[in-house]
Design a protein around this ligand. Structure first.
Ligand SMILES: [Zn+2]
Length: 73
């Protein structure tokens, strides 16, 4: 069957938790990374600002979550 996995795009992986070429974090790890950052980050708690780091972490969480859902479901 066709279970080819696309490699992550090079050049734009700036996610702080995930080193290039390493495995993806689990859903729990990704969510913990997001919440821990959120609690410690002043920008995240200021609704007038946007936080790039949080956006990356949240996107990682969503990516991992949808992949996990695909594997389970
Ligand atoms: Zn932040």
């Amino acid at each position: 069957m066709d279970e080819r996995r696309d490699p992550p795009p090079d050049g734009q992986d700036r996610a702080p938790l995930v080193a290039a070429g390493s495995r993806l974090p689990t859903v729990q790890e990704a969510y913990a990374g997001y919440t821990e950052h959120f609690l410690a980050c002043g920008d995240c708690r200021d609704p007038d600002r946007s936080c790039e780091v949080a956006r990356e972490l949240w996107r990682t969480y969503m990516d991992v979550g949808s992949q996990a859902a695909r594997q389970v479901g």
